[in-house]
Design a protein around this ligand. Structure first.
Ligand SMILES: [Zn+2]
Length: 307
């Protein structure tokens, strides 16, 4: 099968394709000449009725072609309330710090594979002949090898984000996090490598997806002063980026900078959700949990993150 140059995917709605009887193959009936394709993979399409499939997209990746099926299904799953709420601070030093005082080390997938990636990239450039059309077979081999390595790293990162998001959602009823403008941050050259490595936006997508699926509340709060204010007495304690500890000059409260921030984020999240009353930060009283779940806003109309 051939895709047009610079075109990585073809999309179909409810026509132009047909699944085989056992649903292990798909035939495209339009004039693009794609024809019949075998379907491999772990998702069992037999679980769905054909009219639940709203879109089929063929995607070219470095290691082959993928058929994605957008299935309209009610993904909501009822769960028992955990009685817990959590604030997350996404950072550079840690992937995240939470309001329970836990930190998660940042995964350094790109950095770990950097040498391999660089080597593959150098091989690719060596085979490149300026002005040659077409380029040699060896060049294309090297190019594909490089692309496959990149794909592997980005899959590792996605999988990591998905797992962390899943476990956070499973153990809480409300999750608050900062509404960061990741694009704006990535423009800062020094931070950019760590930030794109961390995959915050992927993490957030999964968090909101699982929040929707399991009926949990996800709240993105404005990031202003979350790393400055004292979570206990709200006194503003100015610190530079390199100051790793929050030490309050007013009440004496001392805590890791990012954990203090996550406590502020949780408080902001709870008040955004309409509960600005007197709660002790940390666990919520049970009456608040019930109220939050029934108001359940925040994560409506989410689509599943693209795989
Ligand atoms: Zn204080």
């Amino acid at each position: 099968m051939k895709f047009k140059k610079n075109c990585r995917s073809v999309e179909y709605k409810t026509s132009g394709w047909k699944l085989s009887e056992n649903r292990k193959a798909i035939t495209f009936s339009d004039k693009k000449g794609i024809g019949r394709l075998k379907l491999k993979g772990t998702y069992d399409l037999n679980f769905y009725s054909i009219d639940q499939i709203k879109r089929v997209r063929l995607v070219r990746r470095a290691d082959g072609y993928y058929a994605q099926f957008a299935v309209k299904a009610d993904v909501r799953v009822k769960t028992k309330p955990t009685g817990k709420a959590i604030g997350l601070d996404l950072g550079i030093k840690y992937f995240l710090a939470d309001s329970n005082g836990n930190t998660e080390e940042p995964p350094k997938f790109y950095r770990k594979s950097e040498r391999q990636l660089n080597r593959a990239n150098r091989k690719k450039s060596k085979k490149y002949r300026r002005g040659a059309k077409p380029q040699s077979k060896n060049y294309h081999k090297a190019r594909k090898r490089y692309a496959r390595k990149h794909l592997r790293v980005s899959r590792q990162r996605k999988e990591y984000c998905k797992q962390v998001a899943y476990s956070v959602i499973q153990s809480n009823d409300l999750v608050a996090y900062e509404d960061l403008n990741v694009k704006g941050l990535v423009r800062n050259r020094h931070l950019s490598k760590s930030i794109s490595d961390a995959g915050w936006s992927t993490f957030r997508q999964w968090l909101e997806y699982f929040g929707h699926k399991y009926g949990k509340m996800t709240v993105a709060v404005p990031p202003h002063y979350t790393s400055q204010d004292c979570p206990k007495c709200h006194h503003r304690v100015k610190k530079s980026l390199s100051q790793r500890t929050h030490v309050c000059g007013n009440c004496g409260y001392t805590e890791d900078r990012d954990i203090a921030a996550s406590l502020n984020i949780l408080q902001k999240g709870l008040s955004t959700a309409g509960h600005a009353g007197n709660y002790a930060w940390g666990d919520l009283p049970s009456w608040a949990i019930g109220a939050i779940l029934s108001s359940n806003g925040g994560s409506e109309n989410q689509e599943s993150p693209s795989m």
